[in-house]
Design a protein around this ligand. Structure first.
Ligand SMILES: [Ca+2]
Ligand SMILES: [Ca+2]
Length: 251
């Protein structure tokens, strides 16, 4: 067996080749195992984070120049106007092909002074009917709970309509759902990854579409963290702005 001889700071160092090879082999094995372990963790996490999304779902989380944070987070607020990309039959179903909110806001007096085109004609070329809260319609009378100024909401609801949201669940568990709405119960349901998860109930009839209030409207369990597909199925009855998910029982 050969020897390696060299000098370090003028001190001769002698190494047996077989020991050297064992050291190299051991080092390489250790590196390989680390890389393998890392990849396993990545693949496992990735699989776990996406497993619950229906495989056939082709929609993608909404994003634009103003909102670019990716999937909306739970716990937190899901803005209903930020339904997924993907179009009619994939990301939403709406009975009228036009955005009735944008269409109205193109008429005289409905694009209010100081309101941006982004807000007044939000997702104008899609079918979901979206508008925003206006000075002379939503704030010219007392509301039980005021919505935000220029709050986007889904209106012009018809029976059997729905919108999809790819959400990121940070903490599995049971959540209370709080919303702000105008008018009356619309018999909404939330579906999670293609299965009915809960019924929503808007408890108070506010009198009309532009009298707003806030209420707890249901509870839902998110069993798994990561990406989940939330579907809001609604019927005629209300203007609906967002859903707040408040964690009440972690799992
Ligand atoms: Ca429509
Ligand atoms: Ca509609």
């Amino acid at each position: 067996m050969g020897y390696l001889l060299f000098l370090e700071n003028d001190i001769p160092i002698v190494l047996n080749f077989s020991i050297l090879f064992q050291l190299i082999e051991s080092y390489m094995k250790s590196c390989f195992q680390s890389v393998f372990l890392f990849l396993s963790v990545v693949v496992t996490c990735s699989t776990k984070s996406y497993a619950q999304l229906p495989k056939e779902y082709k929609g993608k989380p909404f994003r634009d120049s103003v909102y670019n944070r990716g999937p909306q987070m739970i716990p937190g607020r899901v803005e209903l106007a930020y339904y997924d990309f993907g179009g009619e039959g994939v990301a939403y179903h709406d009975t009228s092909p036009e955005n009735e909110g944008s269409k109205l806001n193109r008429t005289e007096g409905h694009w209010r002074p100081g309101v941006t085109a982004y807000t007044a004609f939000f997702r104008e070329n899609e079918g979901v009917d979206i508008s925003y809260t206006k000075d002379w319609a939503d704030f010219n009378h007392p509301n039980k709970v005021d919505p935000a100024v220029n709050q986007l909401y889904i209106g012009w609801q018809s029976d059997g309509e729905w919108t999809n949201y790819t959400v990121w669940v940070n903490k599995p568990g049971k959540y209370r759902i709080i919303t702000i709405y105008g008018y009356q119960d619309n018999k909404s349901e939330l579906w999670l990854n293609g299965k009915k998860a809960c019924q929503l109930y808007l408890p108070e009839n506010t009198g009309n579409w532009y009298n707003w209030t806030q209420a707890t409207v249901g509870e839902i369990v998110f069993p798994t963290a990561g990406l989940n597909l939330l579907t809001l199925r609604y019927n005629k009855g209300s203007n609906l702005a967002f859903l707040d998910f408040l964690l009440v029982e972690p799992r």
